[in-house]
Design a protein around this ligand. Structure first.
Ligand SMILES: Nc1ncnc2c1ncn2[C@@H]1O[C@H](COP(=O)(O)OP(=O)(O)OP(=O)(O)O)[C@@H](O)[C@H]1O
Ligand SMILES: [Mg+2]
Length: 274
């Protein structure tokens, strides 16, 4: 069958999903992508069932924050040795994790047809079992990071007030725009010391992307202050106030770009064909 036809069938079967897909990325390493994913996931799990995909294929470490090590891995599902239920690890009430084990190139080496089938099942599984789907991306502007960012409902950049992190986020946005024509992004500033830190950081990021292309929008969702207790695995109450503000801003303009509701997995599948 022609690839285009295959893709059309794939998209038809998938339909339009109603589960928000949220990807947390941003280019620079160590800015707090995993921490932000964890904070959002914990809070969202009070509202419904949450599945987190650790998409840091090189060095998956979400499980370290959550304190529960997965027993089975994504690769086992793709190799037909495990079902989706088998590879999902419950880490808390309403909170589940799916994690890869091996290096970056594994998923890319999959056979195209098989990848499409498995991804269709994955989509069904998510829609039937969860209310929120979060993806914790690794650092860097790898193609798979760009693709995921370009296709989810909520591409959320994590930056810190540090200029290097803003430059990396800018470079990431620029690349996703150039390769996928994506124009709408969200941003969370992590490790702020003051409210002013948040405003300044968003402004610098917004100005830089605008100077590259006037159509690119960055919507600030809020910030998370620096708090040493976070790195000890604790979530202080005062932090949840900030997380709630972020979620409120995020969910109020749910599906702003309606056309992007379609085609997440089909685009991911098309990646396997290259
Ligand atoms: N708001 C914060 N306050 C204090 N420490 C933080 C905060 N956010 C993150 N950290 C700490 O910073 C370190 C890096 O965070 P994290 O692993 O989440 O970053 P990352 O962007 O996911 O890194 P990588 O690029 O390696 O995936 C961790 O030790 C984490 O505990
Ligand atoms: Mg991380």
């Amino acid at each position: 069958m022609e690839k285009e036809k295959q893709l059309a069938i794939f998209e038809q079967n998938i339909g339009v999903n109603t589960v928000p897909y949220i990807a947390v990325g941003g280019g620079k390493g160590g800015v707090g992508k995993t921490m932000v994913t964890y904070l959002l996931a914990k809070r969202l799990s009070k509202l419904g069932k949450v599945l987190v995909l650790d998409a840091d294929m090189g060095l998956p470490d979400f499980y370290i924050l959550s304190g529960v090590k997965p027993k089975r891995y994504l690769e086992e599902y793709f190799e037909g040795r495990a079902t989706l239920d088998d590879i999902v690890t419950q880490i808390d009430h309403n909170l589940y994790l799916m994690s890869p084990k091996s290096g970056d190139d594994y998923l890319v080496s999959l056979d195209n047809k098989q990848a499409m089938e498995l991804l269709t099942k994955l989509e069904e599984y998510i829609v039937n079992n969860y209310n929120y789907f979060l993806i914790d991306l690794g650092a860097g502007i790898h193609k798979i990071n760009q693709l995921i960012f370009a296709t989810v409902h909520y591409p959320v950049l994590v930056v810190t007030p540090d200029i290097m992190s803003i430059i990396d986020a800018y470079a990431f946005v620029k690349t996703v725009f150039q390769n996928f024509r994506k124009t709408y992004f969200y941003a969370i500033v992590n490790q702020t010391r003051t409210d002013l830190d948040y405003k300044k950081t968003i402004n610098v990021l917004r100005k830089s992307v605008k100077s590259f292309h006037k159509n690119i929008e960055i919507e600030g969702l809020g910030h998370i202050p620096f708090n040493p207790r976070l790195s000890q695995g604790d979530i202080p109450d005062e932090i949840n106030k900030y997380v709630d503000e972020i979620l409120k801003n995020m969910l109020k303009n749910r599906y702003k770009q309606v056309e992007e509701k379609k085609g997440f997995w089909s685009k991911i599948a098309s990646f396997f064909r290259r």
